[in-house]
Design a protein around this ligand. Structure first.
Ligand code: WT7
Length: 633
C-alpha cells in the first residue's frame, strides 16, 4: 500500500509532479500492480477522435490482481462479507482463497457453456456473492461483462443486450428487496423474446420461486457448478482489451454503453480506492451501492479487491426492516469505512433520531458520499450522528465515464468542507469553461466542468458507436473532456459540483435522461407531446416533473396518470416514474419549435418571478396557463 499519500504536503507535492509528469506519475502507480508483461507505451492520446490508450503492450488479468496475487499473504483474510436482505438469515464471508476458488469454478462454468474471450455477457442479479463471483469470472476468461441493475425493466434489458450483442445472460430466479420479492428470471424471459443473440442463460436459485426453464438455453448455476473443478488459469488480456460495458443515460436517445478497458481501469480503481479512503490492512469497507452501477463495480469489487481489502456487500435496502439497518450492519460487522449516497443519508435522517440512537457506530473511522450533491444539513448530520464528529467525509465526485473518483478529499489527509468535493486527485486536471469554451482561470469562479488531460480510468468509447462518444463528451469544447456538470471553484481553489447542466436528471443518485422518460411517456396513445424536467426534492435530490399534452381532455386525470406511470415502469423501470404529471394545452416553445425547458424548470420549482423573457415564445400565453396549473404537491 505504499502508493498511499501520507500528508497534505505530500499531496501537494505529488499533485504538482503528476501534472508536470503525468506519464511518469501513472507509470509509477501502475507499477504497484501485477503485469504479465510490462507496457511499451504509457499513454497515447488525443481528445479529438477521441483516441485514448493507456499502458499499450501491457498484458495482465485483473482477477490475478484482485485474487491470485493476494493468496500467499492474505489467503485467509476475508475478501467479501455478505449481509443478507433478511437480518435473520446468516451473513456469509469469503476469504481470498475461497473467492479465488469460486471465481475459478464459475469461470469454468462459463467456458463449459460456450463463453470465450471477447464475448459480451449480460448480468442481471441481486446483490448476492454470486453476482461478484460472476463479474470476476467474466474478467477471468476475458469476457466483457455488462451488468444491468436489477431495477431495470425487460425493455431496458433487451435494449442493452441487443446493443452489446450479448450471447449469454447470468441471472437468478428472483431477488429479495426489503419486504418484497422481485422476479428476475421472468423479466429476462420477456427481454429475451427480442434478443436472438443470446443462446445461454445461467440461473442462480436465490428466492426458490418457480421459474420456467427453456430447454437448450437455460441452465441452473448449482447444476453447472457441480460439473467443474477450480483450476482455471487467468486468460491474459491486453491493457486495452475491453473489461466491461456499463450503460448510462445521456441527454439524448437511448442509454449508451460506456466502455472501460482492463489495464487503465484496474490502475485507476485500485489507486483511488487506496488513497481516497486511506484503506488500512485490517479495515472493513462498506459501500452501499448496487453492483449494477459503476460505484459498485469500482468500490465493492475491483478497487477493494485490487488492494487486498475486506469489502462488505449488502443485499437489501437501508430502510428494511427499519431505518436503522445500515447502522446495525456497521455495528454487526464492525465496519470502519462507510461509503453511501446523499439520498440514503437524507432519508435516514428524516426517519428520526431514534434509529441512530444506541447504535454501535464506534468502529467507523472514515465516511464517503457519492452520486449527487450533498446538502449542508445532510453533510453535518452524517458527520455528527454517524461519524461521531470525528470521521472525515470524502464527498467524492466522479461519473460512470471516469471509472473512479476524480475530485474528492483524501480522508483525513486533505481538507473537507460541507458540499464541496474539494480538490482533484493527483493526475486529474479539472478546468472550468464558459459558454464559449474559454477556460475560466483564477478562483472564485464558476462554469462548466471539463478535464483537460486523460487519466487511466477515462472511458474509451461508447460501445458500437464511437461517434456518439465523440459528440457527447469531446465535441462541446475542443481538446477537453466535458463532464456535463456545472461547478464552482471558491476563493481557496476548492471545487463544488453544482449539478448537471445538460438534460440529465439525478434522482436518488440514479442517472436518468429527460429524453428517455419523454420517449417512454410519449408511447401512450392518448398523449401528443411531453416535456420532462427535474425539480429539487428533499430526499431524492431531484424529482421528475412531467408536462403532457393530451389528444383530448382526459376524462379521469388520475387514471391517465396511472397509465403513464405503468408505461414508464415498463419501458425503463419503476425508479424513473415521474413524481408529478401536469396536463397542459401547450408547451413553451421558441419560434423554431424548441421547448424552453428553463421555463418549465422554473415553474416546477415554483419560481414564478425568475422566469425571464417569454416574448420570444411562439405563444407566450401558455406560460400563464402552465403556472396556473402547477402541481405543488
Ligand atoms: C453524475 C454521475 C459517481 C458514481 C455514481 C454516479 C453526479 C456524482 C457527485 C458528487 C455532486 C455528483 C454528477 C455526475 N455526482 N458524484 N460527489 N457531488 N454530484 O455515477 O450515474 O455516472 O452519475 O452524478 O452530476 O455527473 P453516474
Amino acid at each position: 500500500m505504499n502508493y498511499q499519500i501520507q500528508s497534505f504536503a505530500e499531496y501537494e507535492e505529488i499533485y504538482k509532479y503528476s501534472i508536470e509528469n503525468p506519464e511518469a506519475f501513472w507509470a509509477e502507480v501502475a507499477g504497484h500492480f501485477q503485469w504479465q508483461k510490462p507496457w511499451d507505451t504509457v499513454l497515447n492520446w488525443n481528445f479529438k477522435d477521441p483516441n485514448i490508450k493507456w499502458f499499450e503492450g501491457g498484458k495482465l488479468n485483473i482477477t490475478e490482481n484482485c485474487l491470485d496475487r493476494h493468496l500467499e499473504s492474505l489467503g485467509n483474510k476475508t475478501a467479501l462479507i455478505w449481509e443478507p436482505n433478511d437480518p435473520n438469515e446468516p451473513s456469509r464471508n469469503l476469504t481470498y482463497k475461497q473467492l479465488h476458488t469460486e471465481v475459478c469454478r464459475f469461470a469454468n462454468v462459463l467456458k463449459n457453456n460456450g463463453a470465450k474471450k471477447g464475448d459480451r455477457i449480460c448480468i442481471y442479479m441481486p446483490m448476492v456473492l454470486e453476482l461478484a463471483i460472476a463479474v470476476l469470472a467474466c474478467a477471468r476468461i476475458g469476457a466483457i461483462h455488462s451488468v444491468v441493475f436489477g431495477g431495470f425493466s425487460a425493455q431496458s434489458i433487451s435494449d442493452r443486450i441487443q446493443d452489446a450483442q450479448c450471447n449469454m445472460v447470468i441471472t437468478s430466479d428472483g431477488a429479495f428487496r426489503g419486504a418484497k420479492q422481485i422476479p428476475l428470471k421472468p423479466i429476462i424471459d420477456e427481454a429475451l423474446k427480442t434478443c436472438p443473440s443470446v443462446d445461454k442463460v445461467i440461473v442462480l436459485a436465490r428466492t426458490k420461486s418457480a421459474v420456467n426453464m427453456t430447454a437448450d438455453r437455460d441452465v441452473w448455476w448449482h447444476n453447472e457448478i457441480a460439473k467443474v473443478n477450480s483450476n482455471c488459469p487467468a486468460e491474459i488480456t491486453d491493457a486495452e482489451d475491453l473489461l466491461f460495458i456499463l450503460y448510462t443515460s445521456g441527454s439524448t436517445g437511448k442509454p449508451k454503453g460506456v466502455v472501460h478497458t482492463c489495464g487503465g481501469y484496474m490502475v485507476y480503481a485500485g489507486y483511488t480506492f487506496s488513497n481516497v479512503f486511506q484503506y488500512q490492512p485490517d479495515e472493513i469497507f462498506f459501500c452501499t451501492a448496487d453492483i449494477g452501477w459503476v460505484t459498485g463495480h469500482s468500490y465493492i469489487i475491483y478497487g477493494p479487491l485490487a488492494n487486498g481489502a475486506t469489502s462488505l456487500m449488502f443485499e437489501g435496502v437501508p430502510n428494511f426492516p427499519d431505518a436503522g439497518r445500515l447502522w446495525d450492519i456497521v455495528g454487526k460487522h464492525q465496519v470502519n469505512i462507510l461509503y453511501t449516497a446523499p439520498t440514503a443519508i437524507r432519508s435516514l435522517m428524516q426517519a428520526g433520531h431514534h434509529y441512530v440512537e444506541n447504535k454501535n457506530l464506534s468502529s467507523l473511522t472514515k465516511l464517503g458520499s457519492v452520486g449527487e450533491p450533498i446538502n449542508e444539513e445532510a453533510w453535518h448530520w452524517y458527520q455528527d450522528n454517524i461519524g461521531h464528529k470525528d470521521c472525515p467525509i470524502a464527498d467524492t465526485w466522479w461519473q460512470t465515464e471516469t471509472g473512479g473518483i476524480m475530485i474528492s478529499p483524501i480522508a483525513g489527509i486533505t481538507p473537507t468542507k460541507p458540499c464541496y468535493a474539494m480538490l482533484p486527485l493527483p493526475g486529474i486536471q479539472p478546468v472550468l469553461v464558459d459558454e464559449k469554451g474559454e477556460e475560466i482561470l483564477g478562483n472564485d469562479v464558476s462554469g462548466n466542468l471539463c478535464i483537460k488531460f486523460p487519466w487511466p480510468g477515462i472511458l474509451r468509447t461508447t460501445y458500437g458507436d464511437h461517434e456518439r462518444c465523440r459528440t457527447n463528451y469531446f465535441a462541446a469544447y475542443p481538446n477537453l473532456y466535458f463532464t456535463g456538470d456545472g461547478c464552482l471553484r471558491d476563493a481557496d481553489g476548492h471545487y463544488r459540483i453544482t449539478g448537471r447542466v445538460d438534460d440529465v436528471l439525478n434522482v436518488s443518485g440514479h442517472r436518468i435522461g429527460t429524453a428517455e422518460v419523454e420517449n417512454a411517456i410519449d408511447m401512450h396513445h392518448g398523449l401528443v407531446e411531453t416535456a420532462v424536467v427535474g425539480y429539487p426534492h428533499d430526499i431524492k435530490g431531484q424529482g421528475i416533473y412531467a408536462y403532457a399534452i393530451c389528444l383530448e381532455p382526459p376524462e379521469d386525470e388520475n387514471k391517465l396518470r396511472a397509465e403513464i406511470l405503468a408505461i414508464v415502469t415498463k419501458e425503463i423501470g419503476a425508479f424513473a416514474k415521474p413524481d408529478k404529471i401536469q396536463f397542459v394545452n401547450g408547451l413553451p416553445k421558441t419560434r423554431s419549435g424548441k421547448i424552453m425547458r428553463r421555463i418549465l424548470r422554473k415553474i416546477a420549482e415554483g419560481e414564478f418571478e425568475n422566469i425571464g423573457d417569454v416574448t420570444t415564445l411562439l405563444d407566450p400565453a401558455v406560460v400563464e396557463e402552465i403556472k396556473a396549473g402547477r402541481l405543488d404537491r
